[in-house]
Design a binder for this molecule. Sequence first.
Ligand code: ZN
Length: 223
Amino acid sequence: MLPADAARTPVIVIDPGHDLRANPATEPIGPGSSTRKIKDGGGTHGVVSGLTEAELNLKVALRLRSLLEAAGVLVVMTRTRTAGTSVGNVARARIANEAGAALFLRIHADGSTDPSARGTHTLYPALRRGWTDDVYPASRRAATIVQSELVRALGFPDRGLQERSDFTGFNWADAPVILVEMGFMTNPTEDRLLATNAYQRRAAVGLCRGALRFLGRSRASCG
Ligand SMILES: [Zn+2]
């Protein structure tokens, strides 16, 4: 690829949440903060499927990578295997920052002590001067677009958007950032569906459509 083309090609950093092992070490929740949080509690798992959240997140992420690359977007992954101790959220954000990401797209699935809890929601950073003011408007716009496409693709209940001030991976990001919770792995219906190839593809297509619309491109190239 010519340098001129490379300069025009947007980069999306895909962050499949968690990894094989949790990471109990702590890190500051934002630059210069004395408040620290655990790097990674490890995520949830499927009550019916037995799948770990880390595995599900990666399956969708790899499908999404293929779709975005086919649509002409450069993709950087924060991980491509589920094989080690989670690197934590500062490290994930740094990957997005160093890549100059047009969007830092974090893929998760939810868990609850209430097995009836279900649905899709998307989180984005709350406004905090010095931390997120540079990425707040774009993140909010990305969250709105991606949530609507993901809900349409999966057909799960729409739990809407949520602003978070306490997410380390948001506060360290210098790129527009969102975190999708595709569905609840603690809900038997959603877990069963999300464990199938068909629904993992639906999720990837929805995320691809949302990401491309956010970039101002046609969502049609996502299939
Ligand atoms: Zn998670």
